[in-house]
Unconditional design. Structure first.
Lengths: 338, 331, 338, 331
C-alpha cells in the first residue's frame, strides 16, 4: 500500500523538499521556528503554531525566519524578497489576520506585474490557515478566500486533502505569481496517500472527485470531503453526483465545471464562506451565464450564514455546512420541477 | 523620558481599597488556575490564554477607573475583564460556550466584553485594541466626561503597526489615553528581548511624544502608582502615557503549549515574585489589613469560582434560534 | 424648479445638517480640514482631498478632526468612539487604502455586535471614494465594495446621484450599524435635484430607475447612469429595460430584483468591480437560485476585466463598463434562443 | 542616538562623480519643472506629485548605490527613479500614458518602476515601501551580495504603522536597510510639526534599536555623507539606519493644489536653499568643477527633457491588446 501521511506532514515534507531543491526558497512567519531569543534557547520550539514548519529550522540554517508580530512588515518583506530572486513562503498564521497586512498583498504583490508593464515577477507564497470547526471564534475561523479570489494578480489554492496539499504547495512554490495558499485548520490531522517524491498539481485544473450524471456538486477545500460524504449517501438513494474540487479558485477551471453541468443540468456549490460575494456565487453566476441552456433546475448554494463565526460548539456545528445540507440541496435540484 | 518608579504608594489606599484590590487579584488568579484545570479535562473548547501571574497589572490600573473609562484588552483578557468589573459567572459561562455567558456563548474566551462596564472586549487580533482606545478616549474628550481610555497589549503587540501608530495619534490628538504594554517576556514562543528592537518598550514613548514608564509588574503598588499618575495627567488634559509592565506569565502561551522554549522562570516567579504574596506581605506587614481579612477574601473567592464553574457547566447552550441574531441592530 | 446641486455639495450639506442635528456626529480624516500645524495657519485649507468636507471645520469647532496618515489608528478610533456614544464619520480617502486598516473594519466594527452577544452598538460611517475614470491608476481607482459587501456586520451604501447621496448618507449617519459609504469619485461634479430639508433613504430598498418588461438591468453606483443611458438607447430599438439601483449592496433588496426578473425573465448586472466574487456574481447567483423558473435567458454580467485598473486613458476607457457593453449584453439576452 | 552631521565630504568625490551628481539633480529639477508646465496645459492625466526641491535626497543617497541595491519610492517618485537610473524618456512617456513608457502606460506617474535597475516602484500607498525594502535587504543578505535596500518615505508616512513596524523588523533581522524619511514639512496640507508627535522623525530610531540621523536636505553633501555612513555600515552587516532629510517641496502636494495652507516658504527655499545653487557654489568655489562644465550639463539635460517630452507626445498609446496582458506570468 502506498504511504499515508497527514496533511500537516505533507505540507512539511513539501517545504523540506522544495528547500532542498532550491536555495532561494525561504520560510518566514511568527514562531515558524519558535524560541527566538529565549534564554533556555530551544530553537524550533514550535515549528509554527500548529507544527507545520517543525524541523525545518535546524535542517536549513538561516532559511527559516521567525518574525515579530508585524504582518505588514514581514509579508511585505517576503514580497520584496520575491522581486529580488528569492522564493519566500510566508505564513500568515490565520487568514483572519489579513486585515493588518492586506495592502502588501493586494496593492503590492498582486499589482506589480501589471502596474509595472509586465516587468515584475513576484514568486511569493503566503500560507494561511482558514476555516471553522476548532471553536476558535469570530476572529480565528473565517473563510476569507473569496476576498483573495476577487483580486486580479493573485492565485488562490485550497488543498482538500494531503495529496492535494503536497502537489499544490509544490506548484505554488515553483509558480512565478503570488499565491495565497489556504490550509484548512481542521484538515491538518487528516490522513491520505501521498507519494514521497515531489510532484506538482497544475493550477486551474479541477479534480473530478467522483462521477455522476444527476447533479454537479462543486466543493471547496474542506467542503470536498463533506460533499463526498453527501454524494455517498445520495448514491444510496439513487442520485449520482459529479463531485468537483476546483483545487484553485483563481485560476478557476471553468471548463470542467461547465462540462459537468452541461451533462448533469444541475448545480450545487458548497462553500464554507459566508454567502455574499463568495466563490459559490461566483461559480453559480458563471454557470448561469455560460451553461444556462443546459440548466434544468435552480442553482443551490450551501454556505455559512451571513454572520460571524460563533464560538459555542453548539452554534459552530450549525454554522458549518454539513453533508445533510448538501444532500438536501442536491435533492431539491434533482426533484425540482418547473 | 523613561525611568523606573519607586513603589511607595500604599498610603493613599484605604483598607477597603486594599481589600478590593486583593479580591480582584485573587479572583483573577483563582479563575485562571481553575480554567487551567478544567481545560485539562477537555470540557473547555477553543484557544484559552491565561493571565495568571499578571494580576497586578490589570488590577493596579483598573483600580483607578470608573464608569467614564473604557479599556481594551487582548487575547489574554480574563484578568482585564475581572478588574473592570465584568461578572465572573457570566465570564465562566462564556468560556464554556453557554447561553448565559457574557456574550451568550457567541464570543468565547477571546471575545469576552461588557460594554456597559466600559470593557471593550478581549481581542483576537494582536494590536487590535490600541486604535479602539484612541476612540474611547476621543469620545470622553468630546463629551467632557474626564474619562480615559486604557489599551492593554503585550510585548508582541508592541511591534504591531496598529499599536505604534495609535501612540502617535493619541499624542497628536492629545487624548486621555493610557497604553499599558504588558511585557511578560514572550509573544507565543518568541522572547521580547528578541522581537522588541529597543531595550524597553517604554523607550518607544519618546518617539511618539509621550512619557514612558517602566514598572515591576509583580508589584501591585508600583503599577498602581504609575497608572495613577498617568491617569490623573490624562484626566487633566495632559495627554497619553506609555507604561511598560514587566513580569512573567505563569502558564503557557495558550493552554496546551509545552513551553520548551523557556527555562524554569515560572517556578521562581511563583515562589519569589508572586504579586499576591507580595501584596499580602506588604499590607499585613504595615498593619493595614489583617491576615484574617485576606483569608476571608480567599475563601469567598474560592466559593465564587466554584459556583461559577458549577453554574457554567449546568447552563444551557445557545440554540438554532441564536445562530443568526445579533449581527446587526437592523437589517 | 427644484434646487439642483452637485453630489459633492449634497454630501457636504448632509454632513452639515447631521452635525447640526446631533452633537455626537463628528468627522475625521486626512485633511478633512487641512492645514493642521501649518505656520501660515489657514485651517480648512482643503476640506478633504476633493473638497467634500470643506467649511465644516469652522462651523463645528472641535468636531472636524484632521488625522496623521495612520488609517488603522483613526478608523479604529472612529469605531471605538462609536461604541461610546459618538456617531463618527471617518473618511478613508480612497477605498484602495482599506488594506492598511481593514482589520479594524471587518474584525472589530463588523463583529462587535455578534461576538459580544448583541450588546454592542457601533454607529460608525466610513466614507470612502471608489471607482475608475480619473486616470488615478491601479491603487487609486478600485471598486472594492464587494469585499465589504461580503462581510457580515457591515452595511454598504453606493449612492448613484446627488439625491441618493444625501438620503443615503443621512440614513448612514443615523443608522446604528457600521456603514461603508462608497462615493464614486467621478460623480462628485454630477448635478441633480436635491431637497434642502433632511431626508433619509432606507437601506435595502432598491430604486426602480426605469420600468420595462423585456430585461432587468441591475446597476451599481456610477453604473446606474451608464445603465440608464443604455436603456434609453435600447428603448429606441424596442427593448424596454427595468433599471434597478439597489442603493445598498448590503442589505440587498432581493425582493425587488427577483420580482423584476420574474416579470422580464432576463437579467443583466452592471458592476464596475473586477469580475470574480463581485456583486454581479452575487446578484446573478441569487437570481439563478431564487428566480430560475422565470429566467428565459443566460444571465449577463458587465464588469471590469480581471486586471488592475490601468493608468493610460486609452486603456482605462476600455476598462470601465460603458453603455455599449450594457446594450450588447441586454440584446444578447433578449435575443437569446435555446 | 540622534545628531546632526556636519557636511564636509566633498573630498571623497571625484570631479566626475560631482558632475554625475549634478546631472542627476539637474535632470530631476528640469524633469519636474517641465512636467509642472506640461500638466498645466491639460495634456498629462491623473495625479502628479513633483519632487522639485528635494533632489539632494534621492541623489545623495542613490549615488552610493549600484546594481546589488534596491530602492522603494513613494507617490512622489520621479526623483528616486531618475537617481536610480531609470530611463528618463521612458518615464516621461509613462507619465503621458504611452505604450513606450517605463510601464507601457499601465502604471503612470505613481507607479513608475524598473526592476532591472533595482527601482521597486513609486508607490501609491503611503507606507507601502518600507516593508518591501525589508525584503530586498533580506534577499541581499540571503544571497550575500553586500547589497542594501533603501526605503524613501515622507514625513506623513513616518506615522503609518507599516513604516514603523518595518523599522523594528529591520533591526530584529539586522537587515542592510536604510530608511530615508524625507521630511518636506507637509503631508498633503498637514504640517509635519503637527502630525509627527516627536520633535524629529529621527527620534523614533532609538525606539527601534537603530541610529537616527538628521540632515539638511538642501545640501547634497550632507545627505551624501550621512547616507554613505549608513550604507557602508549596512553593507558590513551593521544593520539599519534611519536618516531624516529636512527640506521643502517646491510645488504643491500634487499638481492642482492651491497651497493656501502655507506661507511663502518656497520663494525663500528657491532663493536661498536651492540644492542645485548650493551645489554649484560649493564645487565651483572649491575649484573641483568649472562653471562651464556645469553649464554644459544644464544644456544637455535641457535637450534631453525636450526630447523626452517631444517623444512622449508622439508616442502611441497602448491598445486593446494590452488591456488584459501582464496580470500574471501564467494563468
Ligand atoms: C494580528 C495577529 N497576529 C498574530 C496573532 C497570533 N497571536 C496570538 S497571541 C500572539 C502573541 C502575542 O504576544 P504578546 O503581545 O506578547 O501577548 P501575550 O500573549 O504575551 O500576552 C500571537 C502571535 C494574532 N492573534 N493576531
Ligand atoms: C495609505 C494611504 N493613505 C493616504 C494616502 C493619500 N496620500 C497620498 S500622498 C499623502 C501625503 C504623504 O505625505 P508625505 O508622506 O509627507 O509625503 P510627501 O507627499 O510630502 O512627499 C497622502 C495622505 C495614500 N496614498 N495612502
Ligand atoms: Mg507577551
Ligand atoms: Mg511630506
Amino acid at each position: 500500500m502506498a504511504r499515508e501521511i497527514s496533511y500537516r506532514e505533507a505540507l512539511n515534507e513539501t517545504l523540506r523538499q522544495e528547500m532542498e531543491r532550491d536555495q532561494s526558497v525561504i520560510v518566514m512567519g511568527e514562531d515558524n521556528s519558535g524560541g527566538a531569543g529565549s534564554p533556555a534557547g530551544e530553537q524550533d520550539a514550535w515549528g509554527g503554531v500548529l507544527g507545520v514548519t517543525k524541523g525545518l529550522y535546524h535542517q536549513f540554517p538561516g532559511r527559516v525566519l521567525d518574525t515579530p508580530i508585524s504582518e505588514s512588515a514581514f509579508v511585505g518583506a517576503a514580497i520584496g524578497a520575491a522581486t529580488r530572486g528569492q522564493r519566500p513562503v510566508a505564513e500568515l498564521m490565520f487568514i483572519d489576520f489579513m486585515g493588518v497586512c492586506f495592502d502588501q498583498i493586494f496593492n503590492q504583490a498582486a499589482k506589480f506585474r501589471y502596474m509595472f508593464g509586465g516587468k515584475a515577477v513576484t514568486p511569493v507564497v503566503i500560507r494561511t490557515m482558514y476555516g471553522a470547526g476548532l471553536r476558535a471564534a469570530a476572529q480565528h475561523s473565517q473563510s476569507l478566500y473569496p476576498l483573495f479570489t476577487s483580486i486580479p494578480g493573485l492565485k488562490v489554492a485550497m488543498p482538500s486533502n494531503p495529496y492535494e496539499a503536497k502537489g499544490l504547495l509544490t506548484q505554488a512554490i515553483r509558480d512565478d505569481d503570488p499565491v495565497i495558499f489556504c490550509e484548512h485548520k481542521a484538515l491538518y490531522d487528516s490522513i491520505g496517500e501521498v507519494p514521497e517524491e515531489s510532484y506538482t498539481i497544475p493550477f486551474g485544473e479541477a479534480n473530478i472527485v467522483r462521477e455522476g450524471d444527476d447533479v454537479t456538486i462543486v466543493a471547496l477545500g474542506r467542503m470536498v470531503s463533506v460533499a463526498s460524504e453527501a454524494a455517498d449517501q445520495l448514491a444510496s438513494s439513487g442520485v449520482q453526483a459529479d463531485v468537483l474540487d476546483p483545487r484553485t479558485t483563481s485560476p478557476l477551471d471553468t471548463d470542467t465545471i461547465l462540462e459537468s453541468v452541461e451533462n448533469t443540468g444541475r448545480l450545487v456549490v458548497v462553500d464554507e464562506a459566508t454567502p455574499r460575494c463568495n466563490v459559490a456565487t461566483d461559480i453559480s453566476a458563471l454557470v448561469a451565464k455560460e451553461a444556462f441552456g443546459s440548466l434544468r433546475a435552480p442553482i443551490e448554494m450551501v454556505t455559512a450564514p451571513h454572520t460571524p463565526v460563533p464560538f459555542s460548539d453548539a452554534l459552530e456545528d450549525m454554522y458549518i455546512p454539513d453533508a445533510q445540507r448538501v444532500i438536501n440541496a442536491a435533492k431539491s435540484v434533482v426533484e425540482w420541477e418547473r | 523620558m523613561t525611568g523606573t518608579l519607586p513603589t511607595q504608594a500604599t498610603g493613599e489606599l484605604s483598607a477597603e481599597s486594599l481589600l478590593d484590590a486583593y479580591r480582584t487579584m485573587r479572583t483573577i488568579r483563582m479563575f485562571e488556575e481553575r480554567v487551567h484545570d478544567e481545560f485539562a479535562t477537555g470540557e473547555i473548547p477553543g484557544f484559552v490564554h491565561l493571565y495568571a501571574g499578571e494580576e497586578a497589572s490589570a488590577t493596579g490600573v483598573c483600580s483607578h477607573l470608573d464608569d467614564r473609562d473604557a479599556i481594551a484588552s487582548t487575547h489574554r483578557g480574563h484578568g482585564h475583564c475581572i478588574a473592570k468589573g465584568v461578572d465572573v459567572k457570566a465570564m465562566m459561562a462564556e468560556i464554556y460556550g453557554k447561553r448565559t455567558g457574557s456574550c451568550q456563548g457567541k464570543g468565547g474566551s477571546m471575545h469576552i466584553a461588557d460594554l456597559s462596564k466600559g470593557m471593550l472586549g478581549a481581542n483576537g487580533i494582536v494590536g487590535g485594541g490600541p486604535p479602539l482606545i484612541c476612540g474611547t478616549a476621543l469620545a470622553a474628550k468630546q463629551q467632557g466626561t474626564g474619562g480615559v481610555g486604557v489599551a492593554f497589549f503585550g510585548d508582541g503587540a508592541s511591534n504591531q503597526g496598529t499599536t505604534l501608530e495609535s501612540l502617535n495619534l493619541a499624542s497628536v490628538w492629545n487624548l486621555p489615553a493610557i497604553f499599558v504594554a504588558e511585557n511578560n517576556g514572550y509573544a507565543e514562543a518568541t522572547a521580547s528581548t528578541w522581537s522588541v528592537a529597543s531595550d524597553n518598550i517604554a523607550d518607544r514613548a519618546a518617539g511618539f511624544g509621550m512619557p514612558g514608564v517602566i514598572v515591576d509588574g509583580f508589584d501591585f503598588f508600583a503599577v498602581h502608582e504609575a497608572a495613577g499618575e498617568a491617569i490623573t495627567r490624562a484626566r487633566e488634559g495632559g495627554g497619553p502615557t506609555l507604561i511598560e509592565v514587566k513580569f512573567t506569565r505563569y502558564f503557557g502561551h495558550f493552554e496546551g503549549d509545552q513551553q520548551t522554549y523557556r527555562a524554569d522562570e515560572v517556578a521562581n516567579a511563583r515562589e519569589n515574585l508572586d504579586c499576591l504574596k507580595r501584596f499580602r506581605e506588604r499590607v499585613t506587614g504595615g498593619g493595614e489589613v489583617t491576615d484574617e481579612a485576606l483569608d476571608t477574601v480567599d475563601s469567598e473567592v474560592a466559593a465564587l469560582i466554584d459556583a461559577a464553574v458549577a453554574e457554567a457547566k449546568d447552563a444551557p447552550k445557545p440554540s438554532q434560534a441564536d445562530l443568526e441574531t445579533d449581527v446587526y441592530v437592523s437589517y
